[in-house]
Write a protein that binds this ligand. Structure first.
Ligand SMILES: Cc1ncc(COP(=O)(O)O)c(C=O)c1O
Length: 437
């Protein structure tokens, strides 16, 4: 019997399950408009000057944003930046590390996590990740430690904490710093404590696609006075003020212009006020999706560990090809045709990028890798992080659909689309072998 066009897969010419195109969240509204106007009317679009004195620390909106972070997270210092990338670089630099040093981090993250390490002249050592939280696996971190290790840079990926207690313990036992890249998990909790505030410093992002956005922007939080001071120097041409500010420890205080504008800060303040509400919307949609997917064998919704909450910056699904009997990439392609954004994998494990494969970063001669006396032993070869590679190549799929303006009904339609593709997988395999990669 011929299939109805509703049951014919969209990739084979049927009607898509989604009834409208996917849209990214847009939480910018009247509050942000008023905040920007407040700055425009004042006329001071940036409050920074790279010389000693009050303006070294930024304008009123930047100071306001920092204060609000300090209050909300009960933390001593918050330093605003023009991106989380610059905040990350400043955080790593502020630890005082440099050429010859190593920092253990995740290969399954946005590239800036690892380049923040390279920017100081140190090199990243990639630990494997867990296939539950997708954060770095503490056992693998321990195996990566060497005489040159100075720190651990953990990533709270997709909106869920890494195993921060065990990582903090490893850091403590080995006299290492622990930093948190919390760009994707603002407002998440680990053992009741806010992620980003558990390591020696943590960073947040306000880029366009994050939960909170001001176009671009980042914030570093820390209880450590020295890290806070150095990070502020890196933000604003530190080399030009250390003499006048009588700062003796000038290691890594050479600075850039990482300053946040007043307009960005004004918008970020409004967005930060909305953080819990924005997270709650995503959590509600994600819970609906998890409930719907829970009876589909072969699709595993994101884990939420007993210690953590999840804020679902991204919704990660694990795919079991042996159960579903359809290649993952073909499944994802079919779901895309049904009208949903579903990406097979997240990013190539970072060490597989030419930067690490060829060990070419600054200049043509291999610096900073060559500055490490273990350079010959440090491997970025395929296979060094098998769990990460398995997830990327075979099991993980991510979707950003669990965010407004998508609705609970859209979550149900996504589940319906998954069931439809699985139900009709034989048509897909038989009718369109050329669709597979
Ligand atoms: C985990 C992670 N770290 C760092 C960044 C860099 O953030 P930004 O774009 O604010 O520089 C991102 C942004 O995608 C990210 O996802």
């Amino acid at each position: 019997m011929p299939k109805s066009s509703n049951d014919l897969l969209a990739i084979l010419g049927g009607t898509p399950a989604a009834d409208k195109p996917f849209e990214f969240n847009n939480s910018i509204s009247d509050e942000e408009k008023t905040a920007v106007l407040r700055v425009i009317e004042k006329g001071e679009l940036s409050g920074f000057i790279a010389s000693p004195g009050e303006p070294f620390w930024g304008g009123q909106e930047v100071l306001g944003l920092q204060e609000e972070f300090q209050t909300r997270f009960s933390i001593k210092h918050a330093i605003a930046f023009n991106s989380a990338t610059s905040a990350l670089h400043a955080a790593v630099a502020a630890t005082g590390i440099g050429p010859g040093d190593e920092v253990v981090t995740s290969p399954y993250t946005m590239s800036a996590t690892a380049t923040a390490i390279l920017m100081t002249g140190a090199v990243p050592i990639f630990a494997d990740i867990e296939d539950t939280t997708f954060g770095i696996d503490p056992n693998s971190v321990e195996a990566c430690l060497s005489k040159n290790t100075k720190g651990i840079l953990a990533v709270n990926i997709f909106g869920h904490a890494a195993q921060l207690d065990r990582l903090a313990e490893i850091a403590k036992q080995n006299d290492l710093f622990l930093l948190e890249d919390n760009a994707q998990a603002p407002g998440a909790l680990f053992k009741g404590q806010s992620t980003g505030t558990i390591g020696g410093a943590g960073i947040f992002s306000f880029n366009r696609h994050k939960v909170m956005q001001s176009g671009e922007g980042g914030v570093l939080v820390t209880n450590d006075d020295k890290i806070a001071q150095k990070a502020a120097l890196v933000r604003n041409h530190g080399e030009s003020v250390v003499a006048a500010m009588e700062i003796d420890d000038i290691v890594n205080t050479v600075g850039l212009n990482y300053r946040m504008t007043e307009m960005e800060a004004a918008v970020a303040r409004e967005q930060f006020r909305k953080m819990d509400g924005l997270n709650n919307q995503r959590i509600a949609l994600a819970n609906r999706l998890t409930e719907g997917l829970s009876d589909i064998e072969g699709l595993t919704p994101p884990a939420v560990t007993a210690e953590s909450s999840h804020v679902y910056y991204m919704y990660a699904i694990r795919y079991d090809e042996a159960v579903i009997r359809l290649p993952r990439n073909l499944f994802a392609k079919a779901i895309e045709a049904e009208g949903f954004f579903l990406r097979p994998g997240y990013v190539k494990p970072l060490y597989l990028e030419p930067l690490y494969q060829r060990k070419i970063c600054f200049g043509p001669n291999g610096f900073p890798f060559t500055a490490n006396d273990r350079n010959a032993e440090i491997s970025y070869a395929e296979g060094i992080c098998p769990t990460c590679e398995r997830l990327q190549n075979h099991e993980l799929m991510i979707t950003p659909i669990a965010q407004p303006p998508q609705t609970a009904q859209d979550m149900d339609l996504f589940v319906k689309a998954c069931k439809k593709v699985i139900r009709n997988k034989d048509d897909l395999l038989a009718g369109a072998p050329n669709l597979a990669e």
